[in-house]
Ligand binder design. Sequence first.
Ligand code: ATP
Ligand code: MG
Length: 752
Amino acid sequence: MNLHAELNPEQREAVVHGDGPLLILAGAGSGKTRVITHRIAHLIRECGVDPYRILAVTFTNKAAGEMKERVESLVDGTRGIWISTFHAFGARVLRKHADCLAWGKDFVIYDADDSKRLGKLILRELDLDPDQYRVEKLLQQVERAKHRLQGPDSLKRHFQLGARFYARYQKKLQQANAFDFADLIFQTHQLFARFPEVLAEYRDRFLHVMVDEFQDTDRAQYSLLRMICSAEANLCVVGDDDQSIYMWRDADVANIMGFHRDFPSAQVVKLERNYRSSANILDAAARVIAANRDRHKKRLWTEDEPGEAVVLERYDNEHEEAEQVAREIHQARQQGQKLSEFAIFYRMNAQSRALEEAFRLYGLPYLVVGSTRFFDRREIKDMMAYLRLLHNPKSDMDLLRVINVPARGIGKLTQERLLQAAAQADRPVFEILRAEHLGKLRSAESKKVLAFRTLIDELRARIGALDVDEVVALAVDRSGYLDWLHNDGDPAAEARQENLRELITAASDFSGMSGDASMGGFLEHVALVTAVDLDEAGSDRVSMMTLHAAKGLEFDCVFMVGLEEGLLPHYRVLQPDQEDPRYGERKVSSYAGVEEERRICYVGITRARKKLCLSYVRSRTLFGRTQENPPSRFLDVLAQSCQPASPPTTTPAWTWDQRPKAKAVAVDQVEVDLDDEDELVVDYSEDFDQSQEPLSRPEQEEQWMGLWVAHVSYGRGRVCATSTSQMGLKLVIDFGGLGKKTILAKFVRPER
Ligand code: ATP
Ligand code: MG
């Protein structure tokens, strides 16, 4: 394929740019990501750069997966290339060098929920009233400090209590051999700062570094980049200041604006032609973003036709809105359109509930991208806690989660005593689960505790010899979890049981896909995946996601729902003076907040290729409160480029009040905490597109022998043995220098 034929002159200039830093500052849909993928292909193919020496960083795992796919379709032989998110980069570096920082290499990664439970424990230890001090707020300060690369002392001046909390929290993390999410960047930074020889390894390795969505890097990430790249390095960053939407997570647009200060020799390329959206959609986007004061003015143009008018709809409530969206997509499907061409965006995760219900009623397959899905379900978190405990028994959070799950008669009081004993001995709880430390317990209590210890010891003794899926199956079985579900009369027991089975499949899929059957590998994979899509790859579904998760993606037809004041813009930026001085909070002006919300709106609009439908409702119930909010202020300008929709031509099959009962409503009525709403959403589906196979897949087992195949992580290899398993056909593949790996056939692609 001719790499350059598909590029316009400015894009080509960026792709063939020689040595030295390069900044591509350009609007949405102008081909920034395309430039990165083509540049990587160009470096490998035309400049003979060893893929091993290329690092490409992007914002979500989904984006990283897509980038890998795109590069692989452009060039053969990408083995060794490192394409990941900043967080996954940190995790991988730490996995190799955590011992320098006095953590174990088998560390676990705590998610927001784990951190919160640890935080609550510390509040108790510090004797602080949890009704008076909100653990979320304290954790937010810790996270902020980490984003600024600061340790506990940094909080001392303004916020004594925060400093104590932070110090204790960090110590506990270390004792538990755990890192939280912010640590993946912060501690990697510490590592590089304190161990120049470790840093040198990466500085020498990466000849070319590229960063997509550069506008959303925070200070810590940027510093990390600057450590790896000298001022003259081949660092290529691409971004769009209009799409900076993570300010609330301390992303710093100044990084893009100040790039020249740190990389004075940087060449700048601007891209102005949009290849994605129709002229009407582009016009709507331009109108919205023009109202922002703090921005680099950019001109975006397209040669496309005006296309369909942007549609603006008003509904009575969120159910009517959801039902209409579902109905429209249903009709389009009947006319032969593919569901994967449709996406629905909303501001807050909780908004998906109404949409999901409507989609179930219409029997429309959908995928909620990156939200509280599979791995956040209770039974999955419980079982993951077992696995993490088996892997790393020092993790108190995991131990406390499962010591009485299923119920073993080890009540809160006993747990409290164990914690005290552990604190006195200054050791993890697991280590004091021995008769000599349990003197303070009654004999019946200590018997139960010792039985738990025996269970964990027995499981631990067996895991070395098993693949991770076998470990999961064993843990599910031996923990007694399933029996407990059934005896407990939990109405969702059946569904939970299915989910646990799915977890076993997930583990075996993981080892098949990555060739890594170790438990550590699986735990890391899950930790980085706040949401894994376990459904079959390639099935036709509508995508639903928050506007934040939509960044970088594109769809033919986009529905943006809930354009109301309080949702978009988010209520939080409309009440700017709510900071609580007790937590040493800084003030963010409501003006800056609204500008960020406007950028979020702009990101949503610019995802659409052909059709864009906006909607708002008169009355909405969210988090149990019904509110009537005015239409979003952003609609004031948008309405001018919109066409009000014609009234529906058919009457709905049912009204909301008489709705048929949904058959399979979600298992978990997830409890939503407002402060948890905006979790960084990361999707980690590395499954590659099997529809693009160059060669057909052999039908017979013996036809695989000797075949050349390609794998997403290992590159090209040759099949040297085959066997069948419950999971399907397994291949032993020789990847040359990387050795032999056993991989499920469905995860590789035959090659010429
Ligand atoms: P975003 O700001 O949303 O991240 P982007 O600038 O990264 O967008 P891409 O995703 O790279 O833009 O490109 C947008 C669309 O335009 C893609 O479908 C891409 O394939 C297409 N495209 C980009 N450049 C060209 C070109 N020169 N010729 C044809 N299509 C192009
Ligand atoms: Mg992009």
